[in-house]
Every structure is written in structure tokens, then in C-alpha cells.
Design a protein around this ligand. Structure first.
Ligand code: NAD
Length: 362
């Protein structure tokens, strides 16, 4: 039986890397029944919505999706389709592995981290008020009355929301993930010395959940210290569990430790549904140029294969990607010593090389 999977190519570089990824996934020999869905600006023009109901229905039906990046306009315009998708499908856990593969140009050769980022709360909850919104004056009355001082009337306001419920399920997810994948340690990251009632709550809940997993060592590190620790000695860490904003920032940092966004995969997981996608965005300036690295999406596909029970295909795809990386021949500009290296190949040539490796394993 083919696996029914929702495929959202996205926009910008999304369609090119999706096409390359579909080719390598199919070359593993696993059978797929792709349900291709549009979201983002293209969907708005065609269907009148950036996130049509059909997209959500398809994912609810298939339970698994793989998606390319989708552009979010900066400042004004619509809110992020990516954030909306995660919210509407209750994909509360964002999992972003950062693993070193030999051949990657990086200062580190000993990184094998997994970022587990809470996906709904924190400053990403969307509780925001534009400068001049009368709600800000009302909140200012409250802060003033509580001896916290007024909020300036020329300020915009975003509220940081962290709940016991949200913290508990992301931390539990991190420990369950550690158990399932045999990981050694869970480190919670926040800043409770300053944000006592939000990050403090996150740590308190994490500590309590950690007691239920006595076999897995647990520690807490302040996020500012963590950025330094990760640059100096990333090998000391294994699973990092974080509230939304810190998780977003540290996952790019960790991608940088292991060779950059071009090879950084991700998954958004809920209790029932899963959407796999690269960490990077739609890199609009490279649209249609057959230039960018499809490996981040291919590694996301590898995670998807394991998620749907195709462990051996996932392992073979990982080996094929690792072989192409270590050879260093059929890789895109971002994996070469300089970005203008004339020996860099294009997106679809990377797919060809990975497929060749897969065929050699047969
Ligand atoms: P980006 O990740 O798209 O690109 C930043 C830079 O990283 C690029 O200019 C390029 O130099 C490099 N890069 C990214 N992907 C690469 C790849 N596959 N191969 C080689 N190099 C690569 O980040 P941005 O410019 O901040 O965002 C562009 C758009 O993407 C924005 O609209 C943003 O909102 C959106 N975005 C979407 C998602 C998503 O769909 N999940 C995630 C992040 C950003």
C-alpha cells in the first residue's frame, strides 16, 4: 500500500527542492500517493486564502505532510502560514536535529544535537497590539496600578504567554523522544532570572516532568549562557528543550554549527499529525535558479520515512546523503569553500547524485 502523504511545495525555492526531494524519496523504493496542496501567496491568488481548508483537510486525512518553505511578508500583510498551520493542526513540537556529517565545512566535527522547540506559545502566540491600539493604554493602566510603571504611548506590545499545559507537553515530548531514540540527556533552556513567571514556570514544570524519567539526566541552562556554550562545546549537549522564541533562534545557531541552513531538517509534530519541513525559508532571491541546496528538505524526508515506519529506507537515504556530502563533488554552492565556486552543482543535480547512491545500495 502506498503511503498517502500531503505534499506542499511552498513558494520561492520551495517547488524546486520539493521536486528534488520527491525524486529521492521515490528512489528509496517506498511507494507514495502524493496529495499536492498549495498554500501561501499562490493559493491566495487561486483559492482566495493563503491556507485553504483543503490543505488542512488533506493533512488531517493523511496524518503526514512534507512541505517546502512559504514566504511571510515582513511588517504588514498576512500572518505566517507556517505558524497558522502549526497552530490549526496542533503541531506543538518542533524537532530540529543538528548532526555533523563528515565532509561538511564547519568548525565542529562532534555535534549531534536535537532542538525540541515549543511551537504555539511565548512571543509567537500572536497576542500583539500595534502602537496606538487602545488596548495598550488599558494594559498600561494595569501595569501602572501594579507598580510596574506605565507603557509608553509610542510603544507596540507583544505578550509572552507560557502555560503549564504547553510547557508540560513539550518537555514530556522531549523526554519521550529521548527514550524512543536512545538519547542521553535533556537540557531545558530559558531565562528565569529575568522572566520569573514565564520562563520560571517553564523550568519548574520541566523539573517536575524530569523526575518521571530518572534514567535520563536533566539540566537547566540560561539561554544567553547556552549560546556561548553551544559555540564553545556543543558536544556537551544532546536534546535541548526550549520555549518558542529561544528554540527558533537556537535552531538556526545549531544549523550553523553543522554546515548551515542548506542541510538543516525539521518536523512539526502533534499527538496525531506530522508536518516535515526544512528549517530554512523560501530564499526568494534564488527562486527558479536551480541553485539552492535540497538536502535540508531531503533530510526532512528522511525523518518522515522513519516516522511512517520506513526505518530502513530512512537509513539508506541518510547514508546516500552522507556519501554525497563526504565526496563533496555533487553539492551546491553553500557546501563549497566559497559561494562562487564554479564546481558547485544545482538543486536537481544533487538529487541525481543521491539517487545514484541509493541505486548502488540496491
Ligand atoms: P531563508 O532561510 O529563506 O534564507 C536566508 C539565506 O539562507 C538565503 O538567502 C540563502 O543564502 C540561505 N539559504 C536558505 N535556504 C538555503 C538552501 N536550501 N540552500 C542554500 N542556501 C540557503 O530566510 P529569510 O530570507 O529570512 O526568509 C525568506 C522567507 O522565508 C521569509 O518570507 C520568511 O518568512 C520565510 N520563512 C519560511 C519558513 C517556512 O516556511 N517554514 C521558515 C523560515 C522563513
Amino acid at each position: 500500500m502506498p503511503h498517502g502523504i500531503t505534499l506542499i511545495p511552498g513558494d520561492g525555492i520551495g517547488p524546486e527542492i520539493s521536486e528534488a526531494t520527491v525524486r529521492v524519496l521515490e528512489a528509496t523504493g517506498v511507494q507514495f500517493d502524493w496529495d499536492v496542496q498549495e498554500a501561501g501567496i499562490g493559493a491566495a491568488e487561486q483559492y482566495g486564502s493563503v491556507l485553504p481548508d483543503d490543505v488542512l483537510d488533506s493533512i488531517r486525512n493523511n496524518k503526514v505532510a512534507i512541505k517546502g518553505p512559504i514566504t511571510t511578508p515582513r511588517g504588514g500583510g498576512f500572518r505566517s502560514v507556517n505558524v497558522a498551520l502549526r497552530k490549526m493542526l496542533d503541531l506543538y513540537a518542533c524537532v530540529r536535529p543538528a548532526k555533523y556529517y563528515p565532509g561538511v565545512r564547519t568548525r565542529y566535527d562532534n555535534v549531534d544535537l536535537v532542538i525540541v522547540r515549543e511551537n504555539h506559545e511565548d512571543l509567537y502566540a500572536g497576542v500583539e497590539f500595534e502602537r496606538g491600539d487602545p488596548a495598550i493604554a488599558k494594559i498600561s493602566e494595569i501595569t501602572d496600578a501594579a507598580d510596574l510603571g506605565p507603557i509608553r504611548d509610542d510603544a507596540g506590545l507583544s505578550l509572552k504567554v507560557i502555560s503549564e499545559y504547553g510547557s508540560e507537553r513539550i518537555v514530556r515530548f522531549a523526554f519521550e523522544y529521548a527514550r524512543q531514540f536512545g538519547r542521553e540527556k535533556v537540557t531545558a533552556v530559558a531565562k528565569d532570572n529575568i522572566m520569573k513567571f514565564t520562563d520560571g514556570l517553564f523550568f519548574a514544570v520541566a523539573r517536575r516532568v524530569a523526575e518521571e524519567y530518572p534514567e535520563i539526566p536533566y539540566q537547566e541552562v540560561l539561554v544567553d549562557n547556552m549560546t556561548m556554550q553551544l559555540v564553545q562545546k556543543p558536544e556537551l549537549y544532546d536534546i535541548l528543550v526550549l520555549p518558542n522564541l529561544y528554540g527558533d533562534i537556537l535552531s538556526d545557531l545549531c544549523a550553523g554549527l553543522v554546515g548551515g541552513l542548506g542541510i538543516a531538517p525539521g518536523a512539526n509534530l502533534g499527538d496525531e499529525l506530522a508536518v516535515f519541513e526544512p528549517v530554512h525559508g523560501s530564499a526568494p532571491k534564488y527562486t527558479g535558479m536551480n541553485k539552492v541546496n535540497p538536502m535540508a528538505m531531503m533530510f526532512s524526508g528522511m525523518m518522515m520515512l522513519r516516522h511512517i515506519g520506513e526505518q530502513s529506507a530512512g537509513d539508506r537515504l541518510e547514508s546516500a546523503l552522507a556519501d554525497v556530502i563526504v565526496e563533496g563533488k555533487s553539492v551546491t554552492y553553500d557546501m563549497k569553500p566559497t559561494p562562487d565556486d564554479p564546481s558547485a552543482v544545482g538543486t536537481s543535480q544533487v538529487a541525481d547524485a543521491v539517487i545514484e547512491k541509493l541505486h548502488h545500495m540496491d
